[in-house]
Ligand binder design. Structure first.
Ligand code: GTP
Length: 824
């Protein structure tokens, strides 16, 4: 078989002409890669079942899936066993089954399809008509003829020479049916789409020239055409409006085998070489079914034919286009979605993706290019409609990305503005030089620029996406942010001013209140005014940078005055709490009373006039004549007066002060009396005069002197060492123990004397003090027994008697002991 197939490349090269169109140039270039001519598919079997493998064969066996319109489809039509398969194998290099010479029976059942060797041509070998196997049943041959006509660009009509002029033998009856159907199918495409009926007259012996045979056939065809019942509106249409005709003849294969092969070779060129002047696959014959949609189109056509429904080819083409465009759009969308899906989470997380605009544009454009490449071959209206649908789908998928990016840009712009403002005000060195209006404008402009640049980058052409509304919202937010920042800075400034006010007023006010007097409040108010004036100047100065309206500035000044007043009154209140003010007033009184004109402390002497300074100090009572209502001199509207001390409190404080002053006065008086109560000097003289003899006796007596030395020297040493107190304590302890011991002994002795133990009948029993009573009652009881005793003795006696009382457990009462002591 291969020997019969000429070298395509060389043939094409030799016969190349300027008539070769772009499609065919591509075909020529790609010839070397074409395979699959040895693979054939039983497209429709003898049971009229359409194969589901066509798509698979087109894609994987014949590699035509991406061919688009760059392929052709031809079919052969003719009586059974007229050498159709043989002819196709010769022309296209296919391997359709050929009937054995000896068997003479039908070999092709249903419709087979294969790819021409080295060419982008699909060829259908159709079951022969008029076969004895089908008998009277012409259903399949009609259906297969219709199918061939609806799908093929070229319909090869194969017949013996001797069939020319016959009616049934030349399949004229069948052709009539085909023509009728063709009018139904392509009636509207009058003059636009044609199918080439290529008559191949076999076993042409040459007696009748081909021209004559062709004319005979044309005449027969025309006659058939005239007899057709034509659809309304197409009554005057001619056969050539829908069909093109071509005729060729082949010598007898058996009788003239060499000539047969030679003519077949020539004929092959007409099917395989686009540059051949008589190339059969001309554009007007194309059914414009893209290769990747052929399986859908062909199966749809066959289904319609099988169900005897009206075969509306344009509708079929539209349906095919819809189906395929959807498929292609889905593939394109899938690729597009893969390219963008990873950005979704990032956007949802609030991050601005700088390259998002270019990425989504690229993804969208690539998807559209991919769609256009495959879908544009289909029905143009459907393609356009589907293109719009796909574009809308892509845009609606991208819209959340756009909106999300806008939101993120909005946030980023606000963050940028905040940072700019904060940085501007955090630079304390040059904060004085900052002009808020300039800084905020710069920050706002930069933030807005960030937003607009980002928004423009993400906005896609062919969309109606707008960012102006978001921009408007951003501008409002930026304004609000700037205002907030300004308020924040103003608050900071006011806080500092308040601290300044407090710092500047506290000390002077305290000093003023520490020195009460008629001009005390004057000093306080002066401090308030001076400090407030300074603060207002500072406020004016610092406010300049904030670009404030005069109205707001005035309000702030008023607030500052109010705040200053509040701070001042708080300090006054703080310094005027009751105890503190009494303390201060007393201090002042003592300053006046207990210090002399030079400010030195006074030591009152009996000769001093104590009453006059006292009266003077007391008459300078600061409460006297001092107005304790602090009146504001400002004209702002709030509690203008501060009542520091009410009349009642003033009265109370005055009383307290007077009491304490009186006490101080009394104390001063006492100190004079104490001074006067000292031992007079003449007592010393009397002591010397009266004690002179004793003194001389001691001095002159070695015994007395040594005894005095023995006692005096240690005493002097103890006094010098400060140990007299300790020695005194020890002596007292020893004395107490000795006294206790003596009392014990005395009691024992008394108890041993019966006469002494019985109380004398004639004695009045003294009134007993309460057993357990107050200190006063106890001491009154003791005082009765211990007149003339020293205080330690009294204490000791009391303690000893208590112990005795406890010890006697009621048998012996303190009164008894007292009486006993008296007796003793
Ligand atoms: N006389 C003659 N016989 C031919 C020619 N070409 C093929 N044959 C023979 O005709 C017989 C039928 O050939 P096929 O190619 O199988 O014919 P067909 O039309 O495909 O047959 P079906 O597929 O059964 O309809 C074979 O024995 C071929 O050798 C020809 O040009 N002239």
């Amino acid at each position: 078989m291969d020997a019969l197939v000429p070298d395509i490349d060389s043939t094409v090269t030799n016969g190349a002409t300027a008539a070769a169109n772009t499609m065919d140039t591509f075909q020529m270039k790609d010839l070397s890669t074409m395979e699959g001519s040895d693979t054939q598919l039983h497209l429709i079997d003898e049971d009229k079942q359409f194969s589901g493998e066509l798509a698979n064969f087109i894609q994987h066996k014949w590699h035509l899936n991406d061919a688009g319109f760059n392929y052709h489809l031809a079919a052969v039509f003719g009586s059974q066993s007229t050498g159709k398969s043989t002819l196709l194998n010769r022309l296209f290099g296919t391997h359709f089954d050929v009937m054995s010479e000896s068997a003479r029976r039908q070999t092709t059942k249903g419709i087979w399809i294969s790819r021409g060797k080295g060419m982008r041509v699909l060829v259908m070998d159709v079951e022969g008509t008029d076969g004895r196997e089908r008998g009277e049943d012409q259903d399949f041959e009609r259906k297969s003829a219709l199918f061939s006509l609806a799908t093929s660009e070229v319909l090869i009509v194969n017949m013996w020479e001797h069939q020319v002029g016959l009616y049934n033998g030349a399949n004229m009856g069948l052709l009539k049916t085909v023509f009728e159907v063709n009018l139904q199918l392509f009636g509207g495409n009058r003059g636009k789409e044609k199918t080439l009926l290529f008559f191949v007259i076999r076993d042409h012996v040459g007696a009748t020239p081909l021209t004559n045979l062709a004319n005979t056939l044309l005449a027969d065809l025309d006659r058939i055409w005239q007899s057709l019942s034509k659809p309304e509106g197409l009554e005057d249409c001619r056969i050539t409006d829908y069909f093109a005709f071509d005729f060729t003849a082949l010598p007898h294969k058996l009788l003239q085998p060499e000539k047969f092969e030679e003519e077949v070779g020539k004929l092959r060129l007409r099917f395989s070489s686009p540059s051949d002047p008589e190339y059969v696959f001309q554009p007007p014959y194309s059914k414009r079914i893209p290769a990747d949609g052929l399986h859908i189109y062909a199966s749809g056509i066959w289904e319609k034919i099988m169900t005897n429904k009206d075969l509306d080819l344009p509708t079929q083409q539209e349906l095919l286009a819809q189906f395929r465009c959807d498929e292609i759009a889905n593939v394109a969308f899938g690729q597009f979605f893969e390219a963008i899906k990873s950005f979704r989470h990032t956007i949802e997380a609030g991050t601005v993706i700088n390259e998002l605009g270019s990425v989504v544009k690229k993804a969208r454009d690539e998807a559209m290019i991919s769609f256009d490449k495959d879908a544009s071959r289909y029905h143009s209206e459907v393609y356009k409609r589907k293109r719009v649908e796909l574009l809308n789908k892509l845009h609606s998928t991208l819209e959340p990305y756009f909106v999300g990016q806008l939101k993120n840009l909005h946030k980023a712009a606000l963050a940028l503005c905040t940072t700019q403002l904060q940085q501007a005000f955090s630079r304390k060195d040059d904060s004085q030089a900052i002009d808020f209006s300039v800084v905020s404008k710069k920050a706002k402009d930069e933030a807005l620029d960030l937003f607009i640049t980002g928004a423009k980058a993400i906005r896609l052409d062919q969309t109606e996406w707008e960012y102006e509304e978001e921009q408007f919202q951003l501008e409002r937010d930026l304004l609000e942010l700037a205002n907030q920042q300004r308020e924040k800075e103003l608050t900071k400034m006011l806080t500092l001013l308040e601290k300044h006010l407090k710092r500047e007023m506290d000390e002077p006010i305290k000093l003023a209140l520490d020195q009460p007097g008629p001009n005390m409040w004057g000093r306080v108010i002066d401090t308030y005014k001076t400090t407030l004036d300074e603060a207002q100047v500072m406020l004016r100065k610092k406010s300049q940078v904030f670009d404030l309206e005069e109205e707001k500035l005035t309000l702030m000044e008023e607030n500052l005055r109010r705040q200053a007043w509040v701070l001042m009154t708080m300090k006054v209140q703080e310094e005027s709490i009751e105890g503190l003010i009494v303390y201060k007033l007393l201090n002042r009184f003592e300053e006046q009373f207990q210090r002399d004109e030079r400010g030195l402390p006074r030591v009152w002497k009996p000769s001093d006039d104590i009453d006059a300074p006292f009266r003077k100090a007391r008459n300078e009572d600061p409460l006297t004549g001092t107005k304790f209502v602090l009146e504001s001199t400002d004209d702002f509207d709030f509690e203008q007066s501060l009542k520091v001390l009410s009349e009642t409190r003033q009265q109370e404080i005055g009383n307290q002060l007077r009491r304490k002053a009186d006490a101080t006065f009394v104390e001063a008086k006492r100190s004079i009396v104490a001074t006067q109560a000292k031992v007079p000097y003449w007592v010393g003289v009397a002591l010397v005069v009266l004690g002179w003899n004793e003194f001389m006796a001691v001095i002159t007596s070695p015994v007395y002197l040594s005894m005095t030395a023995m006692v005096g020297v240690p005493m002097a040493a103890l006094w010098y060492l400060g140990m007299l107190g300790m020695v005194q304590t020890v002596i007292w302890k020893v004395y107490e123990q000795t006294a206790d011991f003596g009392r014990e002994r005395l009691r024992d002795m008394v108890l041993e004397q019966p006469v002494l133990a019985s109380p004398p009948q004639q004695w009045d029993r003294p009134q007993l003090p309460p057993r357990v009573g107050t200190g006063a009652s106890t001491s009154s009881g003791l005082e009765r027994h211990s007149s003339g005793l020293s205080q330690p003795q009294l204490r000791r006696s009391s303690r000893s008697e208590d112990r005795e009382e406890e010890r006697s457990n009621g048998e012996f009462e303190m009164g008894d002991l007292g009486e006993t002591k008296k007796t003793l």
